[in-house]
Design a protein around this ligand. Sequence first.
Ligand SMILES: [Zn+2]
Length: 212
Amino acid sequence: MTIKNFVFNPFQVNTYVLYDTTKECIIIDPACSNAEEFEILKNFISENGLKPVSFYNTHSHIDHLAGNAYIKDNYNINLCIHKAGLPFLEFASAQAASLGFTLEKVIQPDFFIEDGDTVNFGNASLKVIYTPGHADGSVCFYAAEDAFIIVGDVLFQGSIGRTDLPTGHFELLERSIKEKLYTLPDNVVVYTGHGPSTTIGNEKRHNPFVKA
Ligand SMILES: [Zn+2]
């Protein structure tokens, strides 16, 4: 599996395109917030001959779903989220406006994913791990064979997701990190929702907010 990372919108969200030798791809957190950013993503997909088959949000904070409409309109593929993220979509447009985005259209999910589900594309598969605490509906996507995990805003290099927003809860986040992430092998690469990637081992040893 190959993973390509883009950084989009004023909140510098990491958008990930995952693909394999079959050229099928999925998009996680399409955060492109204008036509220019969408072009960058679209060009990468077309130049590499990729075929998008579905797309996902790690959670439904506006900065992570800013590009959902571009993906839906251009590729007409299914959006999959955890159902606990649904309430955020009701306020997404208003929240976007307050942050200086224009979100003309809020895309409703086609399917729900939950803890233990498997996401498949091409010959690849990722396991869905439910990790609330930063926001209800937060999921991680774990590729055990390829030793990486996409975690959204649950865990960052040397930091953790904020817990002061609606449905945020520190003890819940701490439990998600300790029980669901720190139990993975140390060599697993952690692709975060913002900023650089890290590893499970590195965070277990050095994260100042959640100790192993
Ligand atoms: Zn967030």
